[in-house]
Design a protein around this ligand. Structure first.
Ligand SMILES: [Zn+2]
Length: 261
């Protein structure tokens, strides 16, 4: 049952709202459209799947079985820098399934990332295990970097500029030890094994004694040279003699006696 007094009480409110709504609607209709609407696109021109990821390359399918990585878009830089089929190599999956991080992750073309993963799995792992603890982390000192050789301005483009090179400074073992392959105090047997395996796998290996720029890290790359010519320059240094060891007479110093290529 509707109370007639209630209808009378709310009637002015309903009337006011109706007038206000009608006025607003009329004002809206009289205004020109402020934002032009985009033309509807023909449905046939729209991409079927706009965000479909690119198909992984054959190299990436292979790499997925021995490394943790993220595919990256092609790299393009000035002066010939750049690469296609590039990945961010996060970790190597060792034969025992342990994940060995590359820290920080290395930006490499897939073929170089595969060479690094294979080297770590087949050679570096067993070589470092000989020191008494498994390999835990590979320290990446530099990977993709658009620059000239040895950071010299105007020099030939470094393989780093093609995402085809890795600089390794140290390894961390599971017991917390850090092993620096350029350290004369590090195991000589390990350094010789590492040099042999690196020089067998990569087209260029540069370490101490090569050119003065590689005293603190080892450079490896897959540079393509005519007739697949390889460069393997790493002088295995010996620790400085201590006071307990009788010193040989010093040889007369010559400008070239301390630098071998
Ligand atoms: Zn390098």
């Amino acid at each position: 049952v509707i109370d007639p007094w209630q209808v009378i009480r709310i009637f002015p409110i309903i009337a006011m709202l109706t007038v206000a709504a009608t006025t607003a609607l009329a004002a809206h209709r009289s205004l020109p459209p402020q934002v032009p609407l985009p033309r509807p696109r023909p449905a046939l021109l729209a991409p079927a799947v706009p965000d479909a990821p690119p198909q992984p390359s054959a190299c990436q399918l292979e790499l997925g079985q021995r490394a943790v990585f993220v595919p990256l878009p092609p790299l393009v830089g000035p002066g010939g820098c750049g690469a296609t089929d590039v990945v961010r190599l996060d970790a190597v999956i060792m034969p025992g399934h342990a994940h060995v991080p590359v820290s920080p992750p290395a930006i490499l073309r897939c073929s170089m990332a595969t060479a690094v993963a294979d080297w770590a799995r087949a050679d570096l792992g067993p070589e470092l295990a000989g020191l008494g603890a498994p390999l835990k982390v590979i320290e990446n000192y530099d990977s993709y970097d658009c620059r000239g050789m040895n950071r010299a301005a105007g020099a030939k483009l470094s393989e780093h500029g093609k995402a085809n090179a890795l600089d390794v400074r140290s390894f961390t073992l599971a017991d917390g030890r850090t092993v620096r392959p350029t350290d004369p105090a590090a195991s000589r047997a390990f350094r010789e094994q590492m040099r042999a395996s690196a020089c067998a796998r990569f087209m260029t290996v540069l370490g101490p004694g090569s050119d003065g720029y590689h005293e603190e890290h080892i450079h490896v790359d897959l540079s393509e040279r005519p007739s697949r010519y390889r460069i393997c320059h790493w002088e295995i240094r010996v620790p400085a003699a201590t006071v307990d060891v009788p010193l040989p007479r010093p040889r007369p110093f010559t400008a070239t006696s301390h630098r071998r290529l």
